[in-house]
Design a protein around this ligand. Structure first.
Ligand code: PGA
Length: 253
């Protein structure tokens, strides 16, 4: 079975003290993670090392950075590179979140470069895609997402895409309390998988974990994750509450 993943995206929230308290609370809750399930904590850069040490020795728990730069080193004041993240044992990097695309003007081409530097460094990207409300209302969401995939991922080899992670996050569902219906999520996830299958073949498409993101909560995770092409979630708001995120982790199939 392909990997089922509950990924927390803390965004720019919490002080270090609050972050450590959240992790202490979460770790105290029994998590039922089997071999094919992983919980990933996407934390702000300064917390990567302390949060990594909180989960040391706990199998199936990993950390993620929320971004990295598209160059490996040099005069780029304030940026963080993929080799730097690798050197502190980060496992995953969230790339192409809609907030970064919108507020920091990340383009498809820049994201393709970020994916490349992650692969060179041995980091696993969690690649986000998803359409804004006006595209959904116009009924063109499938071609919109297809372009995001084609322009940032289709230069990759079949080997690189094996076991890759994509997060489908309709922008109108992020932080709004308005989730996509189970049917809407399944329909887009199946579409993403079919686009990948036509480019790379069924075996590779079936190895890729496609997470749903956008107002995943403790009370709706199980039904969304139960959809055949939904392989877990990328969770913002609800990942900041230990009992809620633990319930979401325990909803993985
Ligand atoms: P949300 O955020 O769960 O608060 O909607 C999801 C995300 O932005 O990754």
């Amino acid at each position: 079975m392909r990997k089922q993943i509950a990924a927390a995206n803390w965004k720019m929230n919490l002080t270090l003290q609050q972050a450590e308290q959240l992790m202490d609370e979460l770790i105290a809750i029994p998590l039922q993670l089997t071999d094919h399930q992983v919980a990933v904590f996407g934390v702000p850069f300064p917390y990567l090392i302390p949060i990594k040490s909180k989960i040391a020795g706990k199998s199936n728990l990993s950390i993620a950075a929320q971004n990295c730069y598209n160059k490996n080193s040099g005069a780029y004041t304030g940026e963080v590179s993929a080799p730097m993240l690798k050197s502190i044992d980060v496992d995953y990097v969230i790339l192409g979140h809609s907030e970064r695309r919108e507020y920091f003007e990340e383009t498809h081409a820049m994201l393709a470069e970020k994916i490349n530097v992650c692969f060179e460094a041995g980091l696993k990207p969690i690649f986000c895609c998803g359409e804004p409300l006006q595209i959904r209302e116009a009924g063109t969401e499938k071609t919109y997402v297809e372009t995001q995939l084609a322009d940032s991922l289709f230069h990759l080899s079949a080997e690189q895409l094996t076991g890759f992670i994509i997060a489908y996050e309709p922008i109108w569902a992020i932080g709004t309390g308005k989730t996509a219906s189970n049917e809407q999520a399944q329909e887009m996830h199946a579409h993403i998988r079919s686009v990948l299958a036509s480019k790379y073949g069924n075996d590779i498409a079936n190895s890729i974990s496609i997470l749903y993101g956008g107002s995943v909560k403790a009370n709706n995770a199980k039904e969304i994750f139960a959809q055949p092409d939904v392989d877990g979630g990328l969770v913002g708001g609800a990942s900041l509450v230990a009992t809620d995120f633990a319930a979401i982790i325990n909803s993985l199939k």
